[in-house]
Design a protein around this ligand. Structure first.
Ligand code: ME8
Length: 511
C-alpha cells in the first residue's frame, strides 16, 4: 500500500465558468501527483465536475437549456482548463455518468440497510448557493431582512419530506477518529475549528430532496433525489470502482491519501464524509487539506464585482509555468492570498528570470562557449564545490518532507536557497576569470554548476514542468534520468549539450 498515492480535487459546480480558485486547487494536486510519480509512487489523481443539485438546475433554466446539455457545455470548460494548465489527472469524473449513479445508489443502500438513514420531514433554512442546510442560530439578517448564512449566501425556508442521515449518532465516533488521526485535517487551525464544531453537537442531516428533480433518484423511492453533497462526495469512491470494493482500483487506492479542498467546503469533507463512509462500513480518507482563499488586488473575488480572475487570461499574459510558480510560492499554503499584478511580476522577474533563469543561462552559455558544448571533465573538488553539491543533495529529503505536509511554499523556498547559493558560488568562483588563469579549475566549477542545475531542474519539474523539461533537454538528460531516484547520478563528462536558450523570460510592462 505504501507506494500508492490517491489525491483528489473537489469536483467543481458547473453553474459557472472556471476561475483562478478552481485552477489553484487542481494545481496543488497536480504538483503533488507529479512529485509522487517522480518519487516512484503509483499515483491516481482525480478531478471532475459536480453536475447535480438545485444550483445547477437553476443555472440551466436561466440559460434556457436542459440541465444535461448545460452541464455538458460547462463541464467541458473545466476539462479544457485542466489540459490548458498542463494538469496530469488520471481521471475526470462527472456526476452525471452512469458509473457514478450506480455508486451513489449503492452507498445509499448500504446506509439505508444499516438503518443510518430514515424517512422524516425537513423544515428549515437552505442556501442554494452553498447547497447547504443551516440552523437559525448560524444566520444573520441582511439589510433587507433576508437571512444570510455565514458564507454570505441567502437562505430560504423549505419544508418537504426528507430522508435523514443519523449524523447526531456519530459525534463521539468522529471525535475519536480525529483523536486517533491527528493529521486527518490540515492545517492545524482548521482541525481545531472542525473539532469544536463537532463538540458543539451534531444534528441529523437531511440527505434527500423532493422539490426538484436534477439528481440521482433515491433507490426504491424516486419521489426523492439524493442530496447533492452525498452525491458529490461519493465521486471519490466512484472513481476507484465502488461498489466493487475487493477488486479494481478500490483495493489499490482506497482510502484516498488526500482530499484537497478550499476552506469553504471543509465541513462537508471532514465531518459528513467520514461519517457517511464509516456508517457505510467503508474506510475514511487519510487526510483532508483545506487551503485558503484568493482575493484580487485585496478584494473578494466575485462575479458581481466583476473581478473574477480567468486563469486562461492570466497564463496568456504571464506564462503557464510562471503562473504555476506564483500561485504556490506567493502564499503559505493553507493561508489566504492576494493576487496582484505587481506581486506576480516581482516573482516572475526576480525569482524566475533573475535567480533561476539567469543561473542556468550564464552557466550553459559559458559551457557552450568554453567547453565545446560538452559537459566538462571536473578535477578534484574543493570544499566550496562539495558544499554546493551537498546543499543540492540535501534538497531531496527536505522536499519530500515539505510535500508530505503540503507546504509547497517551503518546498520552493528550499529550492531557491540552493539557486541563490549557486549564484553566489558563480560570483565567488568567477569562472570567466578562470578561463585564462586556470582552465582545469574552470571546468570543475562549470561541472559543479551544471550538475547543480540538473538537480534543481529535476526538482522543479512538478511545479514548472515545461521550463524544467527545457533545462533538462539542454543538459542532455534523457527521460529515464529525470526521476528523483536519478538525482544522485552525476552528469557524464563529454556528453553533448544542446544550444542554451533562456526559459524564463522577463515580464516587460509594455508587453
Ligand atoms: O463547492 N480561492 O464546488 P465549487 C481559492 N461542488 N479557492 C477557491 C476560490 C478562491 N477564491 N474559489 C473557489 C463545490 N475555490 C462543490 C464541491 S466536492 C465533493 C464538491 C476552489 O465549484 C476551492 O477548492 O463551488 C473551493 O473549495 C472550490 O473551488 C469550490 O468549488
Amino acid at each position: 500500500m505504501s507506494n500508492r498515492y490517491y489525491v483528489t480535487t473537489p469536483i467543481y459546480y458547473v453553474n459557472d465558468a472556471p476561475h483562478i480558485g478552481h485552477a489553484y486547487t487542481t494545481l496543488a494536486c497536480d504538483v503533488l501527483a507529479r512529485f509522487k510519480r517522480l518519487d516512484g509512487y503509483d499515483v491516481k489523481f482525480l478531478t471532475g465536475t459536480d453536475e447535480h443539485g438545485q444550483k445547477v438546475e437553476k443555472s440551466a433554466l436561466a440559460a434556457g437549456i436542459e440541465p444535461q446539455q448545460f452541464t455538458d457545455n460547462v463541464s467541458k470548460n473545466f476539462r479544457d482548463l485542466a489540459d490548458f494548465m498542463n494538469y496530469t489527472h488520471d481521471d475526470f469524473i462527472r456526476t452525471t455518468e452512469p458509473r457514478h449513479k450506480a455508486a451513489c445508489q449503492a452507498i445509499w443502500k448500504r446506509l439505508f440497510d444499516a438503518s443510518e438513514i430514515y424517512l422524516g420531514s425537513y423544515a428549515g433554512w437552505y442556501a442554494v448557493r452553498d447547497e447547504a442546510f443551516y440552523n437559525e442560530g448560524e444566520l444573520t439578517k441582511g439589510p433587507d431582512g433576508k437571512r444570510i448564512a455565514p458564507s454570505g449566501a441567502e437562505v430560504e425556508w423549505i419544508e418537504e419530506p426528507s430522508y435523514f442521515f443519523r449524523l447526531s449518532a456519530w459525534e463521539d465516533r468522529l471525535l475519536k477518529f480525529y483523536d486517533d488521526n491527528p493529521d486527518f485535517i490540515m492545517p492545524r487551525t482548521r482541525r481545531n475549528e472542525v473539532v469544536s464544531f463537532v463538540k458543539g453537537g451534531l444534528q441529523d442531516l437531511s440527505v434527500s430532496r423532493t422539490a426538484f428533480k436534477w439528481g440521482v433518484p433515491v433507490p426504491d423511492d424516486d419521489a426523492h433525489i439524493v442530496y447533492v453533497w452525498l452525491d458529490a462526495l461519493t465521486n471519490y469512491i466512484t472513481a476507484v470502482g465502488f461498489p466493487e470494493t475487493e477488486v479494481d482500483d478500490y483495493a489499490r487506492y482506497w482510502p484516498a491519501n488526500l482530499h484537497m479542498v478550499g476552506k469553504d467546503i471543509l465541513r462537508f469533507h471532514a465531518v459528513y464524509w467520514p461519517a457517511f463512509l464509516m456508517a457505510a462500513g467503508l474506510e475514511p480518507p487519510k487526510r483532508v487539506f483545506a487551503h485558503g482563499w484568493w482575493t484580487n488586488e485585496g478584494q473578494k473575488i466575485s462575479k458581481s464585482l466583476g473581478n473574477v480572475i480567468d486563469p486562461i487570461e492570466l497564463v496568456n499574459k504571464y506564462g503557464l509555468d510562471q503562473v504555476r510558480y506564483f500561485l504556490l510560492r506567493e502564499v503559505p499554503f493553507g493561508n489566504d492570498g492576494d493576487f496582484s499584478h505587481q506581486a506576480m511580476v516581482n516573482r516572475m522577474n526576480g525569482e524566475l528570470a533573475n535567480d533561476y533563469g539567469n543561473l542556468a543561462q550564464r552557466v550553459l552559455a559559458m559551457i557552450a562557449k568554453n567547453c565545446e558544448g560538452q559537459v566538462p571533465a571536473p578535477g578534484p573538488f574543493t570544499a566550496d564545490d562539495d558544499n554546493l553539491l551537498a546543499q543540492a543533495s540535501a534538497l531531496e529529503g527536505a522536499l519530500r518532507e515539505r510535500m508530505e505536509v503540503q507546504a509547497f511554499h517551503e518546498a520552493l523556498e528550499a529550492i531557491w536557497t540552493v539557486v541563490r547559493a549557486a549564484n553566489a558560488y558563480v560570483d565567488a568562483q568567477a569562472p570567466w576569470k578562470l578561463r585564462k588563469e586556470d582552465p582545469p579549475r574552470m571546468a570543475t566549477v562549470l561541472y559543479v554548476l551544471a550538475d547543480t542545475i540538473r538537480q534543481l531542474a529535476i526538482l522543479t519539474q512538478p511545479f514548472m514542468p515545461d521550463a524544467s523539461a527545457k533545462l533538462l533537454d539542454q543538459l542532455g538528460i534523457g527521460d529515464e534520468q529525470r526521476a528523483i531516484a536519478s538525482l544522485s547520478l552525476r552528469l557524464t563528462p563529454g556528453s553533448v549539450l544542446q544550444a542554451p536558450e533562456g526559459v524564463f523570460p522577463r515580464f516587460q510592462e509594455d508587453d
